[in-house]
Write a protein of this length. Structure first.
Length: 478
């Protein structure tokens, strides 16, 4: 039987990105799979392990339960916890799927997206605050949807008509965008909408213009469909339309974030909106308008969505991930009916239809007024956090310029030349403070990296925000 001194377990309390439970699971799993722990070896009691490692007993028992669910450990009543004789994934237990499969899947890149991390201060962008989520109202709408008659059909692949109606009415009231329910398709979020459109229009030899810096996951979708990416720079007025190619030959899309450029935070000016529409119409290029957090603006008048301007080239992409919660996985696209019909048909072939229960709950939530009341409440919450960000950086005399505060859920701290944003971001991560540099989102390796930090201020509470910004100031000023 192995003793704890032979297990060589180490708990790192200072490193970001991994929970204590996750660290313990990973280490014991590796000991089992490497053969350092053999089938039949007894694991020290959870109370002893917790005391030796200086962690809560619940941390150890949770880790053991997780490893038992993987068939790596087995609990024997009255005897303890032992290493199982099964070796999942190694092909010798006879209980798992073969690791020697007849075909090798094509190489797929790792998704270029932020993954969940257990860090004391997570200031990455695009993370809404869910502390104020109206749980009681949502539960009531969900219960009403669950209590309705269950259909024996798969559902409408375009999305529930009642939800499309509510979204159409909301867009008209809040954004000045007039779209009929038949001109809307319900999707799993903006990236799902982008994927559907890309599979309809892109192939080898296609070209897509993307903002630089911009959204990495959208770039991956375009590349996976065989497209070549053409990067276009941005400035304080958004996408620099003057930098677009003289002609749009072989260009299928322009992908842009005009309401709050991601990640720099600028808003596409009225003059550039008009110039972009003119260029796209003249060159017959589809404009994909990613409106990921356009509901939140501060101290500035609203600008019309591109799709609300008179044109025949813009597709409006919306999501409930920032207004409610990312886990809801509901978004939508608004476009002329023939395009929506093509998206719907393609989607039906791939996956039938979206989840009817969640759609019905959301339709009821919007219809009852809960959604717009929540938006108003969150504007006040984010306004306070935005002011906290500005005040804290000022109080600690942090050098640089804070930009992108007019709208959205994040801002950018542009640093002076004698400070290196990438080095500061790395130093902050070592202390459990996650703040990505702007260069994380740049696509053109030939362009000098922007020397800035992207600060997502929406998810942390006010006190957490203050503590994290104080820590950031110390790192910058060190």
């Amino acid at each position: 039987m192995k003793q704890h001194s032979e297990l060589d377990l180490r708990i790192n309390r200072d490193g970001p990105g991994t929970s204590l439970t996750g660290s313990l699971v990973s280490q014991i799993r590796q000991l089992v799979l490497s053969g350092a722990l053999k089938p039949g070896d007894r694991i020290p009691a959870s109370r002893q392990l917790a005391a030796d490692l200086g962690v809560a007993r619940g941390t150890v028992t949770t880790a053991i339960d997780m490893l038992a669910s993987e068939d790596l450990l087995v609990a024997r009543k009255g005897a303890g916890v032992f290493v199982s004789g099964a070796r999942p994934g190694l092909g010798n237990s006879g209980t798992g799927l073969s690791s020697d499969f007849v075909a090798v899947p094509p190489p797929i890149p790792l998704p270029d997206m932020d993954v969940a991390m257990d860090a004391p201060f997570d200031f990455r962008p695009c993370r809404p605050s869910t502390a104020e989520f109206p749980r009681r109202e949502w539960k009531r709408c969900l219960a009403d949807a669950a209590g309705a008659r269950v259909s024996p059909d798969y559902g409408d692949p375009q999305g529930l008509p009642e939800l499309r109606h509510e979204i159409a009415e909301y867009l008209r009231r809040s954004r000045g965008l007039v779209a009929q329910p038949e001109e809307i398709v319900i999707t799993g979020g903006i990236i799902h909408s982008v994927s559907l459109l890309s599979r309809l229009f892109l192939g080898v030899g296609s070209k897509v213009i993307v903002e630089d810096p911009g959204y990495p996951l959208a770039r991956q979708v375009f590349r996976l469909c065989g497209a070549e990416l053409l990067s276009c720079p941005v400035d304080e007025d958004g996408l620099i339309v003057e930098a677009l190619p003289a002609t749009g030959q072989d260009i299928s899309f322009i992908y842009t974030t005009p309401s709050h450029q991601f990640p720099m935070g600028s808003r596409l000016s009225t003059a550039r909106r008009e110039a972009l529409i003119d260029w796209a119409e003249a060159n017959k290029v589809i404009v994909l308008e990613d409106d990921y957090d356009g509901e939140f603006r501060f101290d500035v008048p609203p600008l019309p969505p591109l799709a609300a301007m008179r044109n025949n080239c813009a597709v409006h992409l919306g999501t409930f991930s920032k207004t409610l919660a990312p886990g809801l996985r509901i978004g939508f696209a608004a476009a002329p009916a023939p395009l929506i019909d093509a998206m719907t048909r393609y989607r039906a072939i791939q996956e039938y239809a979206p989840n009817s229960l969640m759609q019905a709950a959301l339709a009821g939530f919007i219809r009852a007024g809960h959604f717009e009341r929540h938006i108003k409440r969150m504007r006040r919450v984010y306004r306070n956090k935005r002011q906290t960000l500005r005040d804290c950086l000022g109080e600690h005399d942090v050098p640089g310029q804070l930009i992108g505060l007019e709208s959205g859920l994040h801002a950018v701290l542009m640093l002076p030349r004698d400070l290196n944003a990438e080095m500061i971001s790395a130093a902050a991560a070592e202390e459990g403070l996650l703040i990505p540099p702007v260069s994380r989102y740049q696509s053109n390796p030939g362009r000098a990296p922007s020397n800035g930090l992207v600060i997502g201020y929406s998810e942390p509470g006010i006190e957490t925000l203050r503590l994290g910004l104080r820590q950031l100031a110390r790192i910058i000023l060190a």
